[in-house]
Design a protein around this ligand. Structure first.
Ligand SMILES: [Cu+2]
Length: 123
């Protein structure tokens, strides 16, 4: 009976556990990386999140963000579009060009979203 292999195993498991934890927190940091929802053009800014965090729309679609997080103000900042910082009301932007548009609320770290504009019109 030799205790040596067990002594080596414990630190190894510890390292593995931390590695897995790091990977999980990394993916959780960007909700925008979830698969995009189709058939949705309205995004709610609520509970310090954009819901749904990712959508897919055809070109020429007007996307509307609703600010419905009580008294907590948010904004929408993306490449080519930006809302005011607002606690109520809506902001709309029409996406004409195919591509992937990431946006954030610059008031809240980790509050981000993604609009995927498909290359073909309609579905
Ligand atoms: Cu925000």
């Amino acid at each position: 009976m030799s205790p040596r292999p067990r002594r080596l195993l414990a630190p190894l498991l510890l390292v593995l556990t931390f590695t897995l934890a790091a990977c999980q927190s990394g993916s959780a940091a960007s909700p925008a990386d979830t698969p995009p929802m189709r058939g949705v053009t309205i995004i709610d800014a609520k509970d310090l999140k954009f819901l749904p965090p990712a959508i897919e729309v055809p070109p020429g679609t007007e996307v509307t963000w609703r600010f419905v997080d009580g008294s907590v103000p948010h904004n929408v900042k993306g490449d080519g579009f930006a809302s005011e910082t607002q606690a109520r009301g809506t902001f709309s932007h029409r996406f004409e060009q195919a591509g992937e548009y990431h946006y954030t609320c610059d008031l809240h770290a980790g509050m981000d979203g993604r609009v995927v504009v498909t290359s073909e019109a309609g579905g």
